[in-house]
Design a protein around this ligand. Structure first.
Ligand SMILES: [Zn+2]
Length: 295
């Protein structure tokens, strides 16, 4: 009985204290604020989805979102004739610069990526903003690996990691650590196996990333579809051909102190040829970061 009384008194006191003048005011406002927040929430969500579709049209190129397979698209995917991949906003996946194996046929099978010497524990970073599609382990293949789908349309694969630092479906920013270098899976000696894919089609990462100079090759890379009329090839073997065509065009990113003479010499061409290719004159001022076509 006494307890009940104390409880009632306490409650009354508490109520009096908490619902003072300002307290009542707060309570009265509580509900509308709640509703308002909810409205803002869904508006923000709609806005985010819209922004995602507009800013990252590449996301809608992909027919599905699956955590199961690296090559999850098969014939369901419609590959455009050509697609410009924006490389700005990149981050180098590793600050190591030594390529130990190039993209291309190797030991009678296709090496779909590039191998960069890294040491166990080296930080491996997301190449662009994106969303983590896979965090998996393949004993006879990639080892511990991460696949990211990027807003610019490509997917990147990071293999042989010693540790994965992200979870599937998470969003990451370019440069965010996603794993540590390692030697897991089919690997002899620690290295990073790095792939760049567009709708599942492997593209030589060296056409986009210059590991030696820790830079991108150009501001964008244009992907041409197999058999695309834009691709001047008559053989059916086309992505390789398209890549080869693309590879025969050399670009130079202007660095501080570069002159046309230096760039011409570096790329075994002439100043006149550079001027003609880039529609500039010998007196044009070069800006650091400017991309010049050299062949
Ligand atoms: Zn490899």
């Amino acid at each position: 009985m006494i307890f009940k009384f104390i409880k009632a008194t306490l409650l009354a006191t508490f109520t009096l204290v908490s619902v003072g003048v300002s307290g009542q005011d707060l309570l009265a406002r509580q509900a509308p604020i709640d509703r308002k927040l909810k409205a803002v929430d869904s508006l923000a969500l709609i806005r985010q989805i819209k922004a995602e579709k507009a800013a990252y049209p590449a996301y809608s190129l992909y027919p599905n979102w699956s955590n199961e397979r690296v090559h999850a698209f098969g014939s369901a995917v419609e590959i455009p004739d050509s697609f410009r991949i924006d490389l700005r906003g990149f981050s180098m996946p590793t600050n190591q610069t030594k390529i130990t194996s190039n993209f291309g046929p190797r030991w009678r099978r296709m090496h779909n990526g590039i191998d960069i010497k890294v040491y166990i524990g080296d930080t491996i970073r997301a190449a662009f903003d994106g969303r983590i599609r896979m965090v998996k382990y393949e004993r006879r293949g990639y080892g511990k690996y991460v696949v990211i789908r990027h807003e610019n349309g490509i997917e990147t694969v990071y293999g042989h990691l010693s540790k994965q630092l992200v979870g599937e479906d998470e969003y990451v920013k370019a440069g965010e650590p996603i794993g540590l270098g390692g030697n897991t899976g089919r690997s002899t000696g620690s290295h990073l196996h790095f792939e760049t894919r567009f709708l599942g089609q492997a593209i030589n990462p060296a056409y986009m990333f210059d590991f030696e100079n820790q830079d991108i090759v150009a501001d964008s890379y244009v992907f041409y579809r197999r058999g695309s009329r834009l691709t001047p090839t008559t053989s059916g073997n086309s992505i390789m051909m398209a890549d080869a065509d693309r590879a025969s065009i050399k670009y130079h990113k202007v660095r501080r102190g570069d002159t046309l003479a230096v760039i011409a010499k570096k790329n075994s061409t002439s100043i006149d040829a550079l001027c003609k290719l880039n529609r500039i004159t010998r007196r044009t001022t070069l800006r650091p970061g400017q991309i010049l076509r050299c062949s």
